[in-house]
Design a protein around this ligand. Structure first.
Ligand SMILES: [Zn+2]
Length: 376
């Protein structure tokens, strides 16, 4: 008998929550940050290194994997966990968002989306049914409903029409997902920045019933203030006893602000992508390691960080390998950034459980406001 998928909400502090998602592949401590493994790899990281940072779960991208190497091939090779050597939980997105942002020549109908691959121009179709099939072939633990996400700003009619299409697709996703013990299907709330549409969307999803609920359609260019305004009410429309996932967020202060508003899970390419472009997130804000002022600096990147980049190397070395285009540059800075993001999550989990989240947030913001320390 497969262990069920469940969520234990252990403590709340204000609107912030901490708990554990139980899956047959292990626990996911919340609030959780999910590193993004787009093409069956978190770029520049070995899976065991990702785990060493404290990540309990990874995100995989349906759009990328269906095009290359294809879901069918991954299935034949034993599924995504085995293929990429990550035995813990994996969440896959539905492909919908990336079709909209990456693919060429899209055609959207009630049935789904047809599009041309950004890799070789080949024609593909994604529907709720096909997205569920792909995510099943991948062996994903948390499957996302196929939805449409309009870019903001969009007018209210367009947002309403798109949200209602996504709700019809959510129903088809639920139907196509079937009965899969130990696996979860998450519904995705849409509705842009319109409170009544968010509520309508949440009601439609709750009627269908899901193992978790995502807040979709944010972090698409609306800015932090508008996003927080929406998060002031949107999570409250969702069931308290199910995980709430904010898709595609974000910067460290976005993450903290989202958790303060009742979000349990997030994902973002930012720590890994920034690591490859020489940008490091530290307790005292962002450090651009390519800047000349680091060339002679013997100090650690972040004195409170336990990652290999901070424990074993100087800023001067990190600056040198970045300037020299050495691969270890992206490896070390990605590791550091992922470690820092996981440290934030761990700090929040402990603080929420202890009822000291407000003080933790104050310290987080004050430390960042000090800015990066000047070289000696
Ligand atoms: Zn570090």
């Amino acid at each position: 008998m497969t262990a069920p998928f469940s969520f234990d909400l252990k403590a709340t502090d204000g609107k912030a929550r901490t708990g554990v998602i139980n899956t047959p592949r292990g626990e996911i401590r919340t609030p959780a940050f999910m590193p993004v493994g787009t093409a069956a790899t978190v770029k520049a990281m070995m899976p065991e290194s990702v785990r060493a940072t404290g990540a309990d779960i990874l995100l995989g991208n349906t759009y990328h994997l269906m095009l290359r190497p294809t879901a069918e091939r991954i299935d034949r090779l034993g599924g995504l966990h085995k293929f990429m050597n990550w035995e813990r939980p994996i969440l896959t997105d539905s492909g919908g968002f990336q079709v909209m942002s990456l693919a060429g020549l899209r055609k959207l109908t009630e049935k789904g989306v047809t599009f041309k691959s950004h890799i070789d121009g080949s024609k593909h179709e994604l529907t709720p049914e096909r997205s569920m099939e792909i995510q099943r072939l991948l062996g994903s633990d948390i499957v996302m409903c196929f939805d449409e996400c309009p870019a903001l700003p969009a007018d209210r009619d367009r947002i309403a029409e798109s949200m209602r299409l996504s709700m019809r697709w959510a129903e088809r996703s639920r139907e196509a997902f079937g009965d899969r013990p130990g696996h979860a299907l998450f519904g995705i709330m849409q509705g842009g920045l319109e409170e009544d549409l968010r509520e309508e969307s949440a009601e439609a999803l709750k009627k269908i019933g899901f193992e978790g609920y995502a807040v979709g359609g944010l972090a698409v260019g609306e800015g932090q203030e508008a996003m927080f305004d929406c998060l002031d009410y949107a999570p409250g429309f969702l069931p308290e006893d199910k995980p709430r996932y904010l898709m595609g967020v974000g910067k460290p202060d976005d993450i903290v602000g989202a958790v303060a508003r009742g979000i349990d899970m997030m994902d973002c390419v930012l720590p890994s992508r920034s690591g490859r472009t020489g940008q490091a997130f530290t307790r005292k804000g962002v450090v651009n390691i390519k800047n000349a002022r680091h060339a002679d600096d013997p100090r650690q990147l972040d004195e409170h960080c336990a990652c290999p980049a901070c424990q074993n190397y100087s800023r001067a070395y990190l600056h040198h390998v970045f300037r020299s285009n050495e691969m270890i540059s992206g490896m070390l800075l990605t590791w550091h950034n992922l470690q820092y993001f996981q440290d934030i999550m761990q700090g929040m989990r402990v603080a929420i459980a202890a009822g000291t989240f407000e003080a933790w947030q104050k310290n987080f913001h004050e430390t960042r406001a000090q800015g990066d320390i000047e070289p000696l």
